[in-house]
Design a protein around this ligand. Structure first.
Ligand SMILES: [Cu+2]
Length: 373
């Protein structure tokens, strides 16, 4: 957990401060809200969950919705478990699982220092009945990773730095949302979802090896664009609303079916998210969300990914993480943009306990546009 060790980044501080604002307003205004009463069937900005939550709402029979989301995530510095670890410590103490293979040193010699991921998501929803909403989404990904290469087989002398990039379509998601319960205040639905392996898992780029060579190699798992497997993505979502207050919870699971063509499978993932929101006006709401997630390590190994770097080791994936997000939803009520919605959510981990040595997640932001027809 970076901030406990004195590496507090500005975005993280900012988001933590912002996170307190909606919490304060909720407690201060709770009494006013209890007097505020029902507001009939008016659509609130907060009738949609924070924009980082997927499949949070259903539609009425015959309704369509289009959406666009852009997410940017920033990772920097490494952690071993929940503690920071420096590049120099990594290359002198962390074993290289490929040691014994020709040319492979005993310890790791390449350390990722920073990674960014940009994901653009275009989605459509359609409700053939009030009880069922169909959802489809395509993703476009761009990933960028910086590294330091250390010289030769031992020591802490740096050879140089290099960067790798990948971009392209990710996996495609299709799902059905099925209503379980609905009254004026509470809504409960489940999602039956599948992820189709449309994203590439054989991306390569040139790297700087410890001996100074710059071969083109299959990039580690973290830089690939898809899972390579068909994945089941069920969830269950509850939302509630009373006066100016909204709240909700969602449990999401990802199960990767079988092994992909390169002989591995990403770890199954479970994510639980709870949120509260407050309507400043019918147009504008703020939200606070807490996300707890656990993900298993990668199972199996891609025989083409062999390098003295933490990201090439399937055991150095997955872990546990708690993230806090603050968001804003805005729904236009009049004018040419009537019924268009804009939203953003900024999040930062407050706790990360990672399997092995991994880059530490710093912050992420999602912005989105939605329009129902
Ligand atoms: Cu929708």
């Amino acid at each position: 957990m970076g901030w406990r060790h004195g590496r507090v980044s500005t975005p993280k501080l900012l988001s933590m401060t912002l996170a307190l604002l909606p919490l304060l307003s909720i407690s201060v205004l709770a009494q006013e809200v209890s007097l505020h009463g029902h507001e009939g069937t008016v659509t609130h900005a907060s009738s949609h969950a924070p924009i980082g939550v997927m499949g949070d709402h259903m539609h009425k029979k015959g309704e369509w919705m289009l959406s666009y989301r852009a997410m940017h995530m920033d990772m920097a510095g490494s952690q071993k478990g929940s503690r920071n670890i420096s590049p120099e410590t990594i290359v002198t103490t962390e074993a290289n699982r490929f040691f014994g293979t020709a040319g492979q040193p005993a310890t790791l010699r390449i350390v990722p220092t920073q990674m960014t991921m940009d994901m653009q998501m275009v989605g459509a929803m359609f409700a053939p009945t009030d009880r069922l909403t169909l959802v489809g989404m395509v993703n476009h990904l761009s990933k960028d990773m910086d590294h330091i290469t250390f010289q030769g087989g031992a020591g802490t002398t740096q050879r140089g730095e290099f960067n790798t990039k990948t971009s392209g379509w990710g996996d495609t998601k299709i799902a059905g949302l099925i209503s379980l319960y609905q009254d004026g205040r509470h809504v409960l639905h489940v999602k039956a979802g599948v992820s189709l392996p449309t994203g590439s898992i054989d991306e390569d780029d040139d790297v700087l090896a410890p001996n100074g060579a710059t071969p083109v190699l299959r990039l580690p798992y973290a830089m690939q664009l898809g899972s390579g497997t068909y994945d089941l993505e069920p969830n269950i979502t509850y939302t509630g609303h009373h006066g100016r207050l909204g709240w909700g919870g969602q449990y999401n699971a990802t199960f990767h079916l079988g092994d992909n063509s390169e002989n591995y499978s990403w770890g199954d993932k479970h994510e639980f998210s709870v949120w509260g929101s407050y309507d400043w006006t019918h147009n504008l709401s703020s939200s606070l969300r807490v996300i707890a997630e656990t993900e298993e390590a990668i199972d199996g190994i891609d025989p083409s990914i062999v390098a003295p770097v933490q990201t090439a080791d399937p055991d150095h994936y997955g872990g546990e993480r708690v993230t806090v997000g603050v968001g804003t939803n805005y729904a236009f009520k009049t004018g040419v943009l009537k019924d268009h919605r804009l939203a953003f959510e900024l999040s930062a981990p407050v706790y990360q306990d990672l399997n092995g040595v991994q880059l530490e997640r710093n912050w992420a932001v999602t912005v989105g546009w939605q329009k129902a027809f």
